[in-house]
Design a protein around this ligand. Structure first.
Ligand SMILES: [Fe+2]
Length: 246
């Protein structure tokens, strides 16, 4: 099985389009979408259509921004810019696309016994996994060998083998073979709003037969996404951060 792993598009259809163009000639059995399709960026309808247009089997979980946009969560913990973007997105989405976002499934979702996906943590869809302390608690209670997650917008691989945790920050294109005796929490990074000081859109692929994860960064017309944000009247810092990768 070959998987394409996409996360945190955040209404940035220019970034998502570049990732889809880059992967268009490859065959994937399943596409895994880790949530936060919308929120922050100015093209939420286009993102929903791009996800619906993905070929083959597609598994999607909802993100915290999807929940706030759909009215499932109040977003009281959001900062002002995130809150403004969520309200704007709710108003901008078509009735059908808002219904699609509202009905996105809660993670974790099991792909099969050895593979799961979630937005934040498999224990709590809204929790952030930044540190080995966060990861240790998950590994203690969640026994699935490989779990892909999003939410932090930081490409990374956490692993545990005989109670020893390792954290890898993924800084450029690369690959890693997964050890069958080790368990993994893998974050592909964000397509629409990277936060590891690299503004390029991030995504992953996973070849299950080879047990190999590949991570990639893709250039896209950032200035177009920024112009759309400004034109939509969204907070300008949401445009500025895209070229900084923060
Ligand atoms: Fe996100």
């Amino acid at each position: 099985m070959r998987y394409l792993i996409l996360s945190d598009m955040h209404g940035n259809a220019d970034a998502f389009g570049a990732v889809l163009d880059r992967t268009a000639d490859e065959d994937f059995d399943v596409t895994l979408v880790l949530g936060d399709l919308v929120g922050y960026g100015a093209s939420p309808n286009r993102i929903v259509e791009q996800v619906q247009g993905l070929r083959g089997k597609v598994l999607v979980v909802r993100g915290n921004h999807d929940k706030v946009v759909a009215g499932i969560d109040s977003g009281e913990y959001f900062n002002q810019a995130a809150r403004a973007a969520a309200d704007w997105t709710t108003a901008a989405l078509s009735t059908e696309n808002l219904k699609y976002v509202l009905e996105l499934p809660q993670g974790p979702v099991s792909v099969h016994a050895g593979l799961a996906i979630c937005h934040g943590s498999p224990l709590d869809e809204d929790a952030y996994v930044f540190s080995e302390v966060d990861a240790f608690e998950i590994f203690r209670r969640h026994k699935v060998p490989v779990t892909f997650f999003g939410h932090t917008h930081v490409p990374s691989i956490f692993s545990i083998h005989e109670n020893r945790i390792q954290v890898l920050a993924l800084r450029s294109d690369g690959s890693m073979r997964l050890d069958p005796e080790t368990r993994y929490l893998v974050n592909p990074g964000s397509i629409g709003q990277p936060r590891d000081r690299n503004p390029l859109a991030a995504y992953m692929t996973y070849d299950e037969a080879e047990r190999t994860v590949h991570w990639f960064r893709v250039e896209y017309p950032i200035e177009l996404a920024q112009a759309r944000i400004v034109k939509a009247g969204l907070p300008s810092l949401l445009a500025e951060r895209l070229s900084l990768g923060i």
